[in-house]
Write a protein that binds this ligand. Structure first.
Ligand code: FES
Length: 104
């Protein structure tokens, strides 16, 4: 089953002393916390750990699909609001493969 909402959490890590990365700013821990919060509330939200989302200087970065919203500089204090906003979204029917038009 596909979740109605996916939160893609960038967990890219760079090891250079001057190159910022989301994992270097704690995104892996944030992803763990989000996973626990979503499970606790049994929300139809999937947490997916992603590669770089191109917003390294403003990380930790997260994208919400299918709305294509992006959250930047996410901290522990933001997680409850992000989860609440996911819960407030209307449930969306995701097309099953049988519902898709044939490939061109
Ligand atoms: S390292 Fe996370 S957006 Fe690039």
């Amino acid at each position: 089953m596909t979740a109605s909402v996916t939160l893609m959490v960038c967990v890219n890590r760079r090891f250079g002393p001057t190159t910022p990365s989301c994992a270097g700013r704690g995104s892996e821990r944030l992803a763990d916390q989000l996973t626990a919060m979503i499970a606790e509330r049994a929300l139809d939200v999937r947490i997916e750990r992603s590669a770089c989302q191109g917003r390294c200087a403003f990380g930790p970065a997260m994208r919400r699909l299918p709305q294509l919203e992006i959250f930047l500089q996410v901290t522990d204090a933001d997680l409850a609001n992000i989860v609440d906003s996911c819960a407030a979204l209307p449930s969306q029917k995701v097309a099953e493969n049988d519902d898709l038009p044939p490939p061109i």
